[in-house]
Write a protein that binds this ligand. Structure first.
Ligand code: GDP
Length: 318
């Protein structure tokens, strides 16, 4: 296998690779085979009906083996330090024996044709770390579709034994709401100085946060980071109490030096301890699964409707 594990496996490449049977993928995934995991994810992302059918079969068989990870959203504006942060925290976690999968939801790639997150040069050291798996953002036609595929990818990664999943988004649009619906813990990265409006962060995103990390708390930015810490700590009191019973926290950290990472991870640990004990973890996962089922049904129905021959003839402009 190539050293760089930021994988996007092309099933059509050179026509050399045949499709395996669903069971072969499943056995491979459950055994932690990263190449088969990557190929299965490519099937999940494919729009070909035969690939989709196979992907659903694989997913169904992997589902009983999924659900065991900590699902964590990491969001923040471009430039705030997300990839540096994920590299540093990810290296810390894998160093402690964890297995981390990093997935991205980047709806900008469908709008502009370019991608804010999908850049191959990001997270080089994690990509070469055999306890980590970095999967670039799927290209997509609609946010709902991209988010659904990210969720399915997450389930496959869990079946492959990854105990922590980071889902990264850019913190500027609707993808956060979609991602919020698939994770247990929502981490917002900010940088010192400017308030959230100036950082392009919507109030609704701040409200979703379980933890705000003021990154770049180093060098000349350290003092400003401390001030931002105080401001956000005050501001969080103004938000309504969370259903999970968790009181959101603010920390400062430096993805560059690693300062604050241990404390930050300790807080995440406290959070998971609390929600597992008060029942929120199970309730939330159950609720999320129900919501996804409904969204899936709606999407499939819409798809079937607009692809129906009679409908297409009568609605020629769609
Ligand atoms: P992303 O766009 O959110 O993924 O941000 P990047 O991780 O690419 O970081 C953007 C820039 O901020 C890069 O030049 C990083 O070196 C820098 N950066 C990231 N984290 C820190 C930090 O903790 N301290 C400082 N001083 N710079 C940082």
């Amino acid at each position: 296998m190539s050293k760089n594990t930021t994988e996007k496996t092309d099933l059509h490449s050179a026509g050399s690779r045949r499709l395996l049977a669903a069971d072969e993928y499943v056995v491979g995934i459950l055994g932690g085979d990263r190449i088969l995991l990557s190929q299965a994810i490519t099937l999940v992302e494919s729009t070909r009906p035969s690939h989709q059918k196979m992907a659903q079969e694989i997913l169904e068989k992997c589902l009983p083996h999924s659900g065991q990870s900590m699902r964590i959203a990491i969001t923040g504006s471009p430039g705030v330090g997300k990839s540096t942060f994920i590299e540093t925290l990810g290296t810390y976690l894998t160093g402690k024996g964890g297995k981390l999968a990093v997935l991205a939801v980047d709806p900008s790639s469908q709008v502009s044709g370019g991608s804010i997150l999908g850049d191959k040069t990001r997270m080089n050291s994690l990509s070469a770390n055999n306890r980590a798996y970095v999967r670039p953002s799927p290209a997509g036609d609609a946010l709902g579709g991209v988010a659904a595929r990210t969720r399915e990818t997450m389930l496959l990664c869990e079946a492959a034994g990854f105990d922590t999943i980071f889902v990264e988004t850019v913190g500027v649009g609707q993808s956060e709401t979609a991602v919020h619906k698939m994770v247990d813990f929502f981490l917002l990265l900010l940088q010192p100085a400017a308030g959230d409006e100036l950082q392009g962060i919507k109030r609704g995103i701040v409200e979703m946060a379980d933890l705000i990390a003021i990154n770049k708390a180093d060098g000349s930015l350290l003092e400003q980071a401390k001030i931002a810490h105080q401001e956000y700590s005050r501001a969080l009191h103004l938000f309504p109490e969370k259903e999970s019973g968790w009181v959101p926290k603010v920390v400062t950290c430096s993805a560059l030096t690693g300062a604050g990472m241990e404390e930050l991870w300790q807080i995440a640990g406290d959070y998971f301890y609390q929600i597992r004990n008060n029942g929120w973890f199970e309730n939330n996962r159950h609720q999320q699964a129900n919501n996804w089922l409904h969204e899936h049904i709606e999407r499939e129905l819409r798809h079937a409707f607009f692809n129906n021959k009679a409908v297409r003839e009568r609605l020629p402009f769609f």
